[in-house]
Design a protein around this ligand. Structure first.
Ligand SMILES: NC(=O)c1ccc[n+]([C@@H]2O[C@H](COP(=O)([O-])OP(=O)(O)OC[C@H]3O[C@@H](n4cnc5c(N)ncnc54)[C@H](O)[C@@H]3O)[C@@H](O)[C@H]2O)c1
Ligand SMILES: [Zn+2]
Length: 390
């Protein structure tokens, strides 16, 4: 009898490492002809790669000069730019699989290969949906993201995740594929509505609360400037927010989220559900602000954070103008939302709470009746009394 037949099975243990690197640039006026930041990213030494711009419709509407400017820029830098595609902005593009079809058919029509580039310019929803299309066409086309919202610049577009929704389930289909590069051009934010400038600040507050006490207190002391979207405060908030998101992805040891812990999702178990309940009338960042308030109140009711720290969190959110009592909160089914979040994480439930401002920790279960109390406190605005102690 051969050795082989005596074994129950043979194993070859496969193992390899793939190193990822991509630059995240912070700049202004990226399509000025003398600004070579973008053109230098494109490697056209040996071949002439194609560049397919895909732009958020709202950005095109609010910045009509942008598409011609891109075209002039590409011509000036001798880059092979295809006609830009426009896609609907906002969550609509993640709910509509036709968007994928539009991109796949452009990829096919223009014979875009894996050495070509998709240049996506838009909010987090557009960068998510186009990122998913870019990651799946030809098993991955190089993607340069140029986010045009605060939230996309400090969070959604700097990381490694892409997604679309399925059957109204948020981010149900998606990939972990790092971009080729990210360009955060502050000028692109000028035309944003106030609610979208505000919404993105929620993700910076989130990351400060779980990671960086000093950053939280910087945001807290800048709260009046941030409420008016003053440039210096906004730029610093975006840069530090992006830096913390990038730092977490690079150093957590779990960039592609194989484990169950998801600290960057602080406040998100309810936020995802609130977006859904509100039929996406709540922006992601607005829902995250409510989720942060809820899980901070819960952290206090469970005896983890002090009342004065909770008050500071709520004062910051209120000063920025977040509406923490949105009617969607009345319809939140805590048990179902937690179950769906658990399913989304895979494995066991893992929720991040606060032990103090700047420190998150993980719990494996949530006391539903205490969470109901937290919801009630939020609805009744009981915290308005608590804020007096701050
Ligand atoms: N991939 C990730 O890691 C990640 C992380 C966080 C959030 N997200 C996703 O990001 C999405 C939210 O992104 P968002 O907050 O950027 O909102 P959004 O993309 O929905 O954009 C909000 C609105 O602003 C418009 N818009 C975009 N840029 C504009 C500009 N410069 N001027 C005028 N209007 C403009 C859009 O068309 C849209 O109507 C959600 O789908 C969320 O799930 C993804
Ligand atoms: Zn988020």
């Amino acid at each position: 009898m051969s050795d082989f037949s005596r074994l129950q099975h043979k194993t070859i243990q496969q193992s390899f490492t793939v190193q990822y690197q991509y630059p995240v640039l912070f700049l202004r006026n990226s399509f000025a002809l003398d600004n070579s930041s973008l053109s230098e990213l494109i490697d056209n030494r040996d071949e002439q790669p194609k560049i397919l711009p895909v732009i958020d419709e709202q950005v095109v509407a609010k910045q009509p000069q942008l598409a011609p400017q891109i075209y002039q820029y590409m011509q000036h830098h001798k880059l092979d730019c295809l006609p830009a595609i426009q896609i609907a902005g906002g969550e609509a593009c993640k709910n509509d699989t036709q968007v994928l079809d539009t991109i796949y058919s452009a990829v096919e029509k223009h014979a875009i290969d894996r050495h070509s580039y998709i240049l996506v310019i838009g909010g987090g929803a557009v960068t998510d949906a186009v990122g998913y299309a870019a990651a799946t066409a030809h098993r991955g086309i190089r993607l340069i993201r140029m986010p045009t919202t605060v939230l996309a610049q400090n969070d959604a577009a700097v990381g490694v995740k892409n997604a679309i929704n399925y059957n109204k389930r948020k981010n149900y289909l998606g990939t972990f594929v790092p971009p080729f590069a990210v360009i955060n051009d502050h000028d692109l934010l000028d035309t944003l509505e106030a609610r979208d400038k505000r919404a993105g600040i929620a993700e910076a507050i989130k990351v400060a609360l779980i990671k960086d006490r000093a950053f939280f207190y910087e945001l807290y002391s800048d709260k009046d400037a941030l409420a008016k979207f003053e440039q210096t405060a906004m730029e610093s908030m975006i840069y530090k927010g992006a830096k913390w998101h990038l730092h977490h992805i690079a150093t957590s040891g779990d960039a592609f989220e194989f484990g169950s812990a998801r600290p960057l999702d602080f406040g998100h178990w309810s936020a995802h559900k609130l977006e859904e309940i509100s039929n996406n009338s709540l922006r992601h960042g607005e829902a995250v602000a409510i989720g942060i308030a809820l899980d901070s109140i819960y952290s206090h009711l469970m005896g983890y954070i002090q009342q004065n720290e909770l008050a500071q969190i709520l004062i910051l959110l209120e000063t920025l103008g977040f509406e923490l009592t949105h009617p969607a909160i009345y319809q939140l089914d805590v048990k179902q939302a937690l179950n769906e979040f658990k399913e989304h994480l895979g494995g066991r439930l893992c929720i991040t709470l606060l032990s103090q401002i700047g420190s998150g920790f993980e719990v494996r279960e949530i006391d539903i009746s205490v969470m109901q109390d937290a919801i009630q406190a939020l609805q009744l605005q009981e915290y308005l009394n608590w804020t007096e102690v701050a």
